[in-house]
Design a protein. Sequence first.
Length: 257
Amino acid sequence: MAKVTKRKKLVVGNWKMNPQTLEESQKIFKGIKKVFGKVKNVEVLVCPPYTYIQPLNKILEPLKLGAQDVFFESVGSFTGEVSASMLVDAGCAYVIIGHSERRAMGETSEIVSKKIATAVKENLKIILCVGENVRDTSGDYLEFLKNQLKDSLVGMQKRYLSNIVIAYEPVWLIGKSYGNAMSGQDVQEISIFIKKVLADIYGKDESSKNLILYGGSVAPINAKDIIEHGQVDGFLVGRQSLEPTGFNEIIKIVSEA
Ligand code: PEP
């Protein structure tokens, strides 16, 4: 009988525009590495600002590096942009696409879909962020979520699907008090919903390969409930990923779940 291997969970740290110096970034990175080196069943990915990617790549193993964004064209006169192949060259295995902070600056799902198309061709794995801005009582947020997911994945070929990790991040819970994060039960409802939307587009067998993460004020005090009851495969972590102690605690919780 074929051996069934459990897929690895994933914890992603999104550093956003932090910290302010390379020296600090190396300190945080080494602090995460120290504990993470002992955890075998979780993949840990850090997404620093572009300028820290190459220097951190030199002290990488066993962590992985990702970028926080990518441009949708592969080459040419696009001032200020960074291409998918440049990210691979710098040492990135992943890229976050469609983070709510970029969507708030005007990034549409159409742009997101173009970025995904460019990145998958370079063999980058994608952390695709989706999430509603607000919750209403009539359930419109589910329709919003479904459309955002479908529009972001428009034109994405089935063969690339396993390279896409879906990060569900309710925008209204990002950067909030850790005590107010979503309960595991509530995350589970959304996780099932996302799996259904993916199954409707790509079929159940294909879409079952996708990892689903939760993000939004994750911290050691709420991580256990969400990972144990939320039917998610890990977390996308903002503020706590800049705190090695808290981030390592989250990794440990995920590893033991
Ligand atoms: C985020 O911005 O993706 C995020 C999850 O941030 P925080 O964990 O700080 O809420």
